[in-house]
Design a protein around this ligand. Structure first.
Ligand code: PMP
Length: 426
């Protein structure tokens, strides 16, 4: 495959942007080679500056559940843009968006829009602290909740990909209030709560982790956390930036039947535009300004273009529940055949999947947390990544990221993906 235009663009990009990118994982630092510069996308396919075509398994890291350039979303954005792109005043559309999310998400009495997943999680932690009057919170090793200082402790995603142990600029004072536990390990959460009695404001987690590759919660883990939080009046925050509206219309809360106190959403609810939100029980959300003194604000929060894009997409998801069955069937086909092909080749592997989130770890160990995720053979992943890219399959450029399936992915796309895996040699 010819990537010469991407090579030139990457050289040019590095002269004016750190690492040539605006977000680290895009830089291909861990997989090596030159990042592919994408020009456009339609449905399940990406087109790069060299006019190569790829089947997309990133889908903008989650939001493109219905595929790229989904007609109703594009049309809604075009129509709305003519009314101006931002007012900084309340709009009826924001109410419609809030009402729609409330109608789909359990335990969301009130919701506040922001412009990214980072903002949503950062604000949810501030709210939990403000509400409980406690400073500490528990997060899980390998989970990523955005780049706010307090989350950059044993974080997943790019922090794991680049193997950054401590992030310079995050002060020890901030980091000391972030307690970490291994994912799927209730006993260690219990121990942290015991050792920090009455000091823990919140437990935040990805109910299915996407940021150390895909790691599902084990039976009883979410339920156990709910129970521990109830016992100690700790706020349970589900970070549904990836899982919200992707696993089910009601997100992971609905999928697993577990209630969270606060939920955060991100990219998915903007249909690919810069959006996030946090919401939850009235009693807690009422502490946000202007009702309460937990201050949180944003000039572009509830931006009309982002709202119309998100509203249009969420409405489609709400009105077509069969989308989730179809996504699951596509994921199941990939999972089963990938397993068969790699097993026949005697390549050590583990495939984790929940619905349309899936990833391959090149290891013999069951992957249940960050430690076991790290047993994946990164050299094999990198080779696999480049093999697939050359075959026209665009995977996330890191062994520590989940792949995302869109419902635009056709049986033929899946077959092409499997054919490419068939050709892989260690
Ligand atoms: N939480 C989770 C679970 C995420 O996956 C991400 C981003 N991938 C974030 C929070 C941060 O979102 P953003 O990049 O929009 O700030």
């Amino acid at each position: 495959m010819d990537f010469s235009k991407s090579v030139d663009l990457f050289e040019r990009a590095q002269r004016s942007m750190p690492g040539g990118v605006n977000s680290p994982v895009r830089a291909f630092r861990s997989v090596g080679g030159t990042p592919v510069f994408i020009k456009s996308a339609k449905g399940a396919h990406l087109f790069d500056e060299d006019d190569n075509q790829f089947i997309d398994y990133i889908n903008s890291w989650g939001p493109m559940i219905l595929g790229h350039a989904y007609e109703p979303v594009v049309k809604a954005i075009q129509e709305k843009a003519g009314d101006s792109t931002s007012f900084g005043t309340p709009t009826e559309l924001e109410i419609e968006m809030a009402e729609l999310i409330k109608s789909m998400s359990p335990n969301v009495d009130l919701i506040r829009m922001v412009s990214s997943g980072t903002e949503a999680c950062m604000s949810a932690i501030r709210l939990a602290r403000g509400y409980t009057g406690r400073n500490k919170f528990i997060k899980f090793e390998g989970c990523y909740h955005g780049h706010a200082d307090c989350f950059l402790v044993k974080a997943g995603s790019g922090v794991a990909t680049l193997n950054i142990q401590t992030v310079p600029g995050v002060t020890a004072g901030v980091a000391k209030d972030t307690l970490t536990a291994p994912y799927n390990n209730l006993a260690s959460v219990e121990k942290l709560i015991e050792e920090n009695k009455g000091e823990i404001a919140a437990v935040i987690l990805e109910p299915v982790v996407g940021n150390m590759g895909c790691v599902p919660p084990q039976e009883g883990f979410l339920k156990g956390l709910r129970k521990l939080c109830n016992e100690e009046n700790i706020i349970l925050i589900f970070d549904e930036v990836m899982t919200g509206f992707r696993l089910a219309a009601g997100g992971a809360q609905k999928y697993f039947g577990i209630d969270a106190d606060l939920v955060t959403y991100g990219k998915v609810i903007g249909g690919g535009l810069p959006v996030g939100a946090f919401g939850g029980k009235k009693e807690i959300m009422e502490h946000i300004a202007p009702l309460g003194n937990v201050y949180q604000a944003g000039t572009l929060s509830g931006n009309p273009i982002a709202m119309i894009a998100g509203h249009t997409m969420l409405k489609e998801l709400k009105n077509n529940p069969s989308i989730y069955t179809e996504l699951d069937q596509k994921g199941a086909r990939l999972e089963k055949t990938l397993n068969d092909i790699l097993a026949a080749k005697n390549i050590p592997h583990r495939i984790n999947r929940v619905g349309s989130m899936i990833s391959i770890f090149f290891t013999n160990e069951e992957v249940i947390n960050f430690e076991t995720a790290c047993t994946t053979d990164i050299k094999t992943f990198n080779k696999f990544f480049h093999h697939m890219l050359d075959e026209g399959i665009y995977l996330p450029p890191s062994g520590y990221e989940s792949w995302f399936i869109s419902n635009a992915l056709s049986a033929q796309d899946i077959q092409q993906t499997l054919d490419a895996v068939e050709k892989f040699r260690l």
